[in-house]
Design a protein around this ligand. Structure first.
Ligand code: 13P
Length: 340
């Protein structure tokens, strides 16, 4: 295993002032988002949308890497320049989502297990040959009555660790994403306990599977009250809960933590990341940044609506969200930046 190569890639992925843009929605998820804003759900519309994102001027100033989906990594600009060339020419690192989705878990009502380990070694080798330098695998953990169960947490953590080991074997940095879903009415304390338990198990499995912590990135949820929880939390409280939880369970050898946005309002996703980097400055052993999909893309998608004429405002909006989050990565974001 080339640890130095993995370490260098991981370091570049969480460089100061930058973070990751997740644009790895499966065709089904991308179509569902298109449908909501009246965009046709076709391969060409998905290609055009990804071209719009990837050709945003100066995106590489704030985006270190992009996470692609299998369809997208094989696509090209209208002028037939491959997306992989567009990405690398922009100084951005290409990555690829490699799990095949979270499915209902047998014997565990209400819980999911992520699939995709069969044949993964060969798929990773192909992606690596194409030019991908990192990968992503997402596990889904649901909070509810008597869940998450031990069976669900352990099975997902084991799969994440086996995926991560296979990635490192071919020189791809694994993004390890155990997402505790924030959709219910659970409190911030419940989310804290579930996140702590899940991460503790994930790092135990990573150790057992001999994953090099220096050559990986953790992509966790923030510790937040569920979307329907009547007790809201101040930005500072979510920042304190999240970093306190991470400090307990994420080893110092991990170079970076890059949060998912999980459907948070986009300005809050920036404000919360910023508050963590301000309040814990100099007290965190890892870089703390973003790996957002909706919190970067959603306003741009709503402006674009599938029309060429809206491409420039949509790209400006995408650039703006990337810039706000790049500032938050450094603890330099403020609400005034939203008045652009
Ligand atoms: P969101 O930021 O929209 O939660 O998506 C991040 C992601 O990559 C989910 O796997």
């Amino acid at each position: 295993m080339n640890i130095e190569g993995l370490r260098a890639t991981a370091g570049a992925m969480v460089a100061a002032g930058k973070g990751l843009l997740a644009m790895d929605e499966s065709n089904a998820s991308c179509n569902a988002r298109f449908e909501k804003v009246g965009i046709p759900q076709t391969e060409e519309a998905r290609r055009a949308y990804r071209e719009l994102i990837l050709t945003t001027p100066d995106l590489g100033s704030f985006i270190s890497g992009v996470i692609l989906y299998d369809e997208t990594i094989r696509q090209s600009r209208k002028d037939s320049t491959s997306f992989l060339k567009v990405i690398t020419d922009a100084g951005i690192i290409p990555g690829i989502k490699v799990d095949t989705g979270a499915k209902d878990m047998a014997g565990h009502p209400g819980e999911k297990i992520t699939e995709g380990l069969d044949g993964l070694r060969y798929r990773l080798a192909e992606y690596s040959k194409m030019g991908a330098r990192f990968a992503k695998w997402r596990a889904v953990i649901t909070i509810g009555d008597g869940i998450p169960s031990r069976g669900c947490i352990e099975a997902n953590a084991h799969a994440l660790a086996r995926y991560a080991a296979l990635c490192q074997e071919v020189g791809l940095v694994p993004i390890v994403e155990p997402e505790v879903i924030m959709d219910g009415n659970d409190t911030i304390e419940t989310c804290f306990k579930a996140t702590e338990k899940v991460l503790q198990c994930v790092f135990s499995q990573l150790y057992i599977q001999r994953v090099s912590l220096e050559g990986m990135i953790l992509k966790p949820n923030m510790v937040l009250p569920g979307k329907d929880c009547p007790v809201r939390a101040a930005v500072e409280d979510t920042a304190d809960a999240t970093v306190t939880c991470l400090l307990r369970v994420v080893p110092a050898a991990v170079p970076g933590v890059a949060f998912l946005s999980g459907g948070q309002p986009f300005d809050l996703a920036s404000a919360r990341l910023n508050a963590m980097n301000v309040r814990f400055k100099g007290r965190m052993p890892w870089a703390l940044t973003f790996s957002y999909s909706r919190a970067i893309q959603q306003p741009a998608l709503e402006l674009w609506k599938g029309e060429d004429a809206n491409a420039v405002p949509a790209q400006k909006s995408l650039y703006h969200r990337a810039r706000c989050n790049g500032a938050a990565r450094n603890g330099q974001y403020n609400a005034g930046m939203e008045k652009h």
